[in-house]
Design a protein around this ligand. Structure first.
Ligand SMILES: Nc1ncnc2c1ncn2[C@@H]1O[C@H](COP(=O)(O)OP(=O)(O)O)[C@@H](O)[C@H]1O
Ligand SMILES: [Mg+2]
Length: 398
């Protein structure tokens, strides 16, 4: 049996503390800690605990500094922000401080219990898993544009940032090179998985997929023989995604440059589809065609996002011009850094292992934070406000 989760309630109202303490007691598994001498005492206590839960009644900004320090120094402290008025600005602000959940006050018992269930699951699991998996498919119908570089580096940074389980799938069955990019020699590949679909569960997956070093990134390689690739159907791939979705917080899929049925399955299943492009005319034209096609396929404009690779500020075509041509905002720009990228690929390591301070490594890290945070932020904002995704995106970018 797992031990109680030490919980701190920050509030200037004693009524609030009493009510939430009562709910926590009724739910079980949480122990409320009280009587701290001051903020340092509280901070020191939380820092010394292997896992904890902090509930903050955010009536003004007085807890902001403390929350920010706790969230950056205590990775296993889950923070819940409570407010009377969960506006978009409030949610964004508290998530930047490090609160991963927001609830409105007066606190409704059933809503609070849902959060307690999630917090308990997250803190008591050996391997963490969030409720809902997010699948991110990386696509371009051009080769050599940077799909595998994006898939590999983003997946690794997502694992490092969130500490949650991330699956990286090589769906480039003819020329897959994720194993080369990460210097892995996996014992099992996708065709083995597909042959064993009936047996697959979470334990099987976590034991069979190749783990990248000491991270929560798991890699599913392409089949080594072309013949094996031919035998794989889109239906099987779809079933595999369903199974993976139950066991991972994020699935990142690298694709080939075709519109084959397996690629379409990965595009259909994606929650976020990164269309990778460079800023030059042929690539942008191509990108435009893909955007048209995705619209015809019924993909929402929030799902499809343009990711510029090899971005150079002094390029002849400016990012704003590209946005005008595409009639769409650019979601992210990965800077051009051929030297660091090539060094990483030749060594079979992610760019962060070549030079974590390089512009590309920093950009991938920030992209991972942006993707993981924005997914969660979007969900919370959708829950509490009537804002559309577009206006949220503008605020997030601002
Ligand atoms: N940010 C970058 N800056 C410079 N060169 C890059 C960058 N990202 C990728 N490249 C280069 O582009 C080439 C193709 O990348 P890759 O990820 O294999 O593309 P794809 O999977 O689309 O075929 C690689 O040789 C790599 O060195
Ligand atoms: Mg590739």
């Amino acid at each position: 049996m797992s031990e109680n989760i030490s919980t701190v309630i920050l509030s200037k109202e004693s009524r609030f503390k009493e009510l939430l303490s009562m709910y926590l007691k009724e739910y079980g598994g949480f122990e409320v800690l009280e009587d701290f001498a001051d903020d340092s005492d509280l901070y020191n206590t939380l820092s010394s605990l292997p896992k904890s839960f902090l509930i903050a009644n955010m009536q003004d900004k007085s807890f902001d500094n403390l929350i920010s320090r706790i969230s950056s120094d205590c990775p296993n402290c889950k923070i819940l922000a409570v407010t009377e008025n969960p506006t978009v600005e409030f949610i964004i602000n508290v998530m930047r401080l490090g609160a991963k959940d927001v609830i409105s006050s007066p606190v409704i018992k059933s809503e609070f219990f849902d959060i307690l269930k999630k917090v308990k699951n997250q803190l008591n699991c050996d391997y963490q898993k969030v409720n809902k998996c997010r699948m991110i498919t990386i696509f371009s119908n051009k080769g050599g544009i940077g799909k595998t570089s994006v898939a590999t580096n983003l997946a690794l940074e997502l694992a490092r940032t969130t500490k949650e389980n991330v699956a990286l799938i090589d769906l480039n069955f003819q020329l897959g090179d994720i194993t080369t990019f990460l210097d892995l020699k996996p014992s099992f590949n996708i065709s083995y998985m597909l042959k064993n679909l009936d047996k697959i569960n979470k334990d099987f997956l976590l034991n069979t997929l190749e783990k990248y070093k000491n991270t929560s990134l798991y890699v599913l390689a392409d089949p080594p023989y072309f013949k094996q690739a031919d035998d794989i159907s889109a239906k099987q791939v779809s079933k595999l995604f369903d199974i993976l979705k139950d066991s991972f917080s994020y699935i990142v899929v690298d694709t080939d440059a075709s519109f084959g049925d397996k690629t379409i399955t990965a595009l259909d299943n994606a929650d976020l589809l990164f269309l990778v492009t460079c800023i030059n005319l042929p690539a942008l034209r191509n990108c435009q065609r893909c955007l048209d096609l995705f619209e015809k396929l019924g993909y929402s404009s929030e799902k499809v996002q343009v990711l510029v690779n090899r971005y150079m500020e002094n390029d002849e075509i400016k990012a704003e011009d590209a946005e005008k041509v595409l009639n769409k905002d650019i979601y992210w720009k990965i800077p051009n850094n051929y030297f660091t990228m090539m060094a990483a690929i030749n060594k079979g390591v992610p760019v962060s292992e070549i030079n974590p301070a390089s512009n590309v490594a920093q950009s991938y890290k920030e992209l991972a934070i942006y993707v993981s945070d924005s997914i969660h932020r979007h969900e919370l904002i959708k829950k509490y406000t009537n804002n559309t995704f577009n206006s949220i995106d503008n605020i997030l970018k601002g």
